[in-house]
Design a protein around this ligand. Structure first.
Ligand code: SF4
Length: 334
């Protein structure tokens, strides 16, 4: 596992401050929270990884951070304050449109499928620049070319191609170029390298890290891959059933996970050396929305340390050390 980035234990001032955020989905059997009463600060100029199994609420959180949750989902409560910009939950449509792209941008899972099939990539970039009132459109194209070359894409061919003329991996890189084109301060990456082979993944992650540093970005990285967390992030937020289980500097969490779910995630990582069966699959399966209990610990059915109190008492997310929070009834020491 590659080294975790240099980091300080104390988090910097938050660029994003989320309070009491609940995002619910309407289903045929009722309204269920995919993100529940979540409080989170995202430090300026950090790379914060959000990790958890499918259904943990991490992609819903990222969508909420751009106020992009669509029906049958909706933000039910809470605030999402961006430093110097205000609470995005209150923005009207025009303010949101300008905010997205100029101040915060997102690379979606499988975002290669979101390109317009009827326009060349370069023309779509110019449309994006025009819609945000960018005067120097040549500069946008010049920077897109530079980014393409850094990501090992043939720049001219890429910009003059339609999406169907590019491979899946090329389209995923193009979507990263689109996200960075207007120089946003905040970049949200939802599984940005899933469409890539292992070698390309590592290369693209390296470019993301370089650009993050060069531009002093605040980056949120959604992933299910602890290897990516270790390689790239300063902080890690572990989510389970729409709640934060643990929130810590990455190096500390990887060295000594405190929440039983974080421990299970780390035990499940296959090692490069030693017996293959050292990696232990997580017991049970993640909860579906309708199965999430209203009281008690949401992880209790899979937890090896379950106690009677876990069935009735909902564990608070409490600070156990500066910059480190855990939601568990166990007495834990960092
Ligand atoms: Fe396990 Fe209880 Fe902690 Fe939940 S609160 S993770 S069930 S020990």
């Amino acid at each position: 596992m590659a080294a975790v980035m240099e980091q300080s234990t104390m988090p910097a001032a938050p660029e994003v401050r989320i309070r009491n955020l609940s995002v619910a989905y309407q289903t045929s059997t009722g309204l269920f929270d995919a993100v529940h009463k979540l409080d989170l600060d995202i430090p300026k100029a950090s790379i914060t990884a959000v990790i958890g199994e499918s259904g943990s609420g991490k992609s819903t959180l990222a969508m909420a951070m751009l106020n992009s949750v669509t029906f049958p989902g909706s933000i039910r409560s809470g605030t999402i304050e961006y430093a110097g910009r205000g609470d995005i939950v209150t923005f009207d449509r025009e303010r949101l449109r300008r905010f997205r792209g100029e101040h915060a941008a997102m690379v979606f899972q499988a975002s290669q499928d979101t390109l317009n099939p009827l326009k060349r990539v370069g023309a779509q970039l110019l449309d994006l620049a025009r819609s945000h009132g960018v005067k120097d459109k040549r500069k946008v194209l010049r920077e897109a070319r530079e980014l393409a070359e850094r990501m090992a894409l043939p720049a001219d061919r890429t910009l003059t191609s339609y999406q169907h003329e590019l491979s899946g991996g090329m389209r995923q890189r193009v979507s990263i170029i689109f996200a960075l084109a207007l120089h946003p301060q905040i970049v949200l990456l939802d599984e940005p390298t899933t469409a890539l082979d292992v070698l390309s993944q590592s290369h693209v992650l390296e470019i993301i890290r370089e650009i993050h540093r060069e531009r002093g970005l605040t980056t949120l990285l959604i992933t299910h891959d602890m290897g990516v967390v270790a390689e790239l992030s300063d902080r890690v937020v572990v989510m389970y059933a729409g709640r934060i289980a643990e929130d810590a500097p990455s190096r500390e969490l990887l060295r000594r996970p405190l929440h039983p779910y974080s421990q299970a995630l780390i035990r499940a990582i296959p090692r490069l050396t030693g017996p293959l069966d050292d990696a232990q699959a997580l017991p049970g399966a993640p909860l579906e929305l309708r199965q999430i209990p209203k009281a008690g610990c949401v992880f209790r059915d899979r937890c090896p340390a379950r106690m009677p109190v876990c069935d009735t008492g909902t564990p608070e997310l409490r600070e156990v050390a500066p910059g480190r929070r855990v939601a568990c009834h166990l007495e834990v020491t960092p």
